[in-house]
Design a protein around this ligand. Sequence first.
Ligand SMILES: O=C(O)CCC(=O)C(=O)O
Ligand SMILES: [Fe+2]
Length: 231
Amino acid sequence: MSADEDSVPASPDSLFDEPLISPASLTAPPIPGLFFSPSLLLPIELADRVFTFCSERYFKRPGVNQVMLFGEEMIPAPLLDLLSALSPFLRPALPHGVHELLFPAAPTMARQAIVNLYNPGEGISSHVDLLGRYADGIVGVSLGSACVMHFTRTSSTMGEEQTADVFLPERSVIVLSGEARYKWAHGIERRFEDVVNGENASVVSVPRGLRISVTFRWLLPGADVVGEHEP
Ligand SMILES: O=C(O)CCC(=O)C(=O)O
Ligand SMILES: [Fe+2]
């Protein structure tokens, strides 16, 4: 707090005028190329199967919280099943061109699947997925727990920073393409609970549980050098 702020007399109400955390939206923010619907949830059985598979296959060892799989031949059957299910699942929710970007009849690039594990209190720093490594068209699935994803426009023209927070329930799917992929950074705050807009103008706090995300991206040609815990 600055000296100036210190000298402003506080009234009890003023504590609530500017909440430290502004509540996240339940619906997609108006970011071109971002597609998300809170009511579009994967079937429970599929989500449970993928969550259990990832927990047991990748996250038994303490300290491991990220796995990257390069190329469909390296992506195991449960994750390929998820990918196959995502195509018809997302078709009604996406413009034709964006659906084609994610699920082309004849792919020209290799797929990458990245699986991230988050304990309550953990997150991922704000980032734009590597421009030199991944192409356009990213699809992310939330499993096991919800979280709020924070978006920041990277090249705001003079003036205020543009941000948006969206609540991603478990079993939801988010698609980043075009401007949402290239001009906005995304991240997850390191928190134990998220603050979300509820019904009838209420604000609710949603505790985080163990979350696993599965993200599918396209590898740019030649971008097959593997790094450690990259975005
Ligand atoms: O966990 C998520 O939903 C986001 C992961 C992510 O942004 C990344 O791995 O690049
Ligand atoms: Fe990312």
